[in-house]
Design a protein around this ligand. Sequence first.
Ligand SMILES: [Zn+2]
Length: 90
Amino acid sequence: MKQSSYENYIEKIVRQELNRRYEDDKDLCKCDVCYRDIMTLTLNNLPPMYVSSDVGHIMTMYHLTKDQLHTQVMVELLKAIKQVKNSPNH
Ligand SMILES: [Zn+2]
């Protein structure tokens, strides 16, 4: 049987959006420590959603639209960025 691969869909969105913030927000520290802190803070406040391949399926299961999910991710991401900016771990 073929081994399935899983990924946390939420983590994927967070990473994409964080990379976008790095481009837009020149004040945001781009070091590994801050990156990890922002990722963990954000992900700890969001439910993990593991998907194999069919993303549409998970949306149906959670009764969420892609927009709703992105909005939720952005709220937590911006909170985490603010927190790390105010007190960077270095
Ligand atoms: Zn930093």
